[in-house]
Design a protein around this ligand. Structure first.
Ligand code: FES
Length: 147
């Protein structure tokens, strides 16, 4: 209760209070827990969303990055044609065909080094497949051609 009344007492807004009390993550990695391995992936045996997330978390912890970097399980990210998908926010870096073997280089090269891993990157023109693409297509086809 004190947490919620404190901003009123000190004159700030509730939003300011929440923002100031939140952790300042520089990277938030979402690992889709529903993905299936891509049919053409050369290492389908290494497809394991739980192992991938665990490997990311292990490396984050090992490097002492827990206060800045977080790896969470997520539901479908609507990018299902790309094998195992992760997305890193707020940078909005989408990787597909990821296995737990990629965890260390994702943390070292992308998170720490700022480097995009081209072999995993889902090109922006392919983003929004599956349901989102269908919804956009249907919305476009329903538009009045006169407008
Ligand atoms: S099931 Fe993973 S992106 Fe859809």
């Amino acid at each position: 209760m004190v947490k919620f009344l404190l901003p009123l007492v000190i004159g700030g807004t509730h939003r300011d209070f929440i923002l100031s009390s939140m952790s300042k993550f520089t990277h938030h990695i979402f690992v889709c827990g529903k993905c299936k391995p891509h049919k053409n992936h050369p290492d389908r045996k290494s497809h394991d969303p739980a192992a991938l997330r665990a490997a990311l978390k292990k490396e984050i912890k090992r490097l002492g990055l827990k206060a800045q970097v977080r790896a969470n399980d997520s539901g479908c990210l609507d990018q299902c044609d790309d094998g195992q998908v992760i997305v890193i926010y707020p940078q909005a870096i989408w990787y597909g065909g990821v296995t737990f073997k990629d965890a260390e280089r994702i943390i070292h090269e992308t998170i720490l080094g700022g480097k995009i891993l081209e072999d995993l990157l889902i090109p922006s023109e392919r983003l929004g497949c599956g349901k989102a693409k269908k919804v956009i297509s249907e919305a476009n086809s329903q538009q009045d051609p006169a407008t």
